[in-house]
Design a protein around this ligand. Structure first.
Ligand code: URA
Length: 247
């Protein structure tokens, strides 16, 4: 792939801006400054250095972010900063790929929800992960205002009706962690689903943490606000059926 196209595909700006960055001598490969955008490079395993910072080439972006509270999962946030501000500029400027407009969060977490958020610019992957048809399990750690008793757990597992939704929704697993804390596994992603399910059993969510999607868990050592690229093994795990919440 030509160097200018490589930079453009990675989100370093418009084609013209990418040419300018290269001509300014800001891009090097294996320690050699490259001043021509029309030279071809093999992108397999390629790491560019742009303005002194290494950037590993990724044909498509698959990311894990540890979402802190106080961020909205929206490109046009209303009240809180956007989670996309936690990503470096190239990931925010990646061009549209197969009709996906740059990097997108898969499923929206509320501003006060913390934890695992997966982002990608691969349309098929986003669809597969987000579609209720594919039943991708998502595990949440729910801290409730009141103790969550056995009757509430049975109701969450057998199905509760949310507002005027026609069909009841149910958790595929609900494991008690302590009196007020459960690990809840859902395979759908309806608006405010966990909060509405807890409200339907007469309780109230006071803390919500996304812990797992498919078989992939949030890294224990990824600090709030930090992100990382997903590996091929992570992608295999996330697409695997996963295990519902365990104690
Ligand atoms: N359910 C909710 O209520 N909020 C979230 O952020 C995710 C699931």
């Amino acid at each position: 792939m030509k160097l200018q196209q490589i930079l453009f595909s990675q989100g370093f700006g418009t084609r013209r801006e990418c040419t300018a960055i290269i001509e300014r001598g800001a891009v090097s490969i294996n320690g050699d400054v490259q001043r021509r955008g029309d030279i071809e490079f093999d992108v397999e395993g390629l790491t560019l250095t742009v303005h002194g910072a290494p950037w590993p080439f990724h044909a498509q972006a698959y990311l894990m972010l540890n979402k802190p509270a106080g961020f909205e999962c929206s490109h046009k946030p209303k009240e809180w900063p956007s989670v996309y501000e936690l990503l470096p500029m190239p990931l925010r400027l990646r061009p549209t790929q197969s009709s996906v407009d740059g990097v997108q969060a898969i499923g929206r977490l509320d501003q006060d929800t913390t934890g695992l958020l997966i982002l990608s610019d691969d349309g098929q992957f986003i669809h597969r992960m987000a579609s209720p048809k594919h039943h991708v399990p998502k595990v949440y750690v729910v801290t409730a205002k009141h103790a969550i008793d056995d009757a509430a757990i049975s109701a969450l597992l057998s199905g509760v009706v949310l507002n005027d939704d026609p069909e009841p929704v149910r958790a595929v697993a609900c494991v008690t962690v302590s009196d007020n804390v459960v690990k809840l596994t859902l395979t759908e992603g309806k608006y405010h689903q966990v909060k509405r399910m807890l409200a339907a059993v007469g309780n109230r969510v006071e803390g919500l943490h996304s812990a797992q999607m498919g078989g992939l868990m949030l890294d224990a050592d990824l600090a709030a606000g930090q992100w990382r690229w997903l590996t091929a093994d992570d992608l295999a795990l996330i697409k695997s059926p996963g295990t519902p919440a365990r104690p």
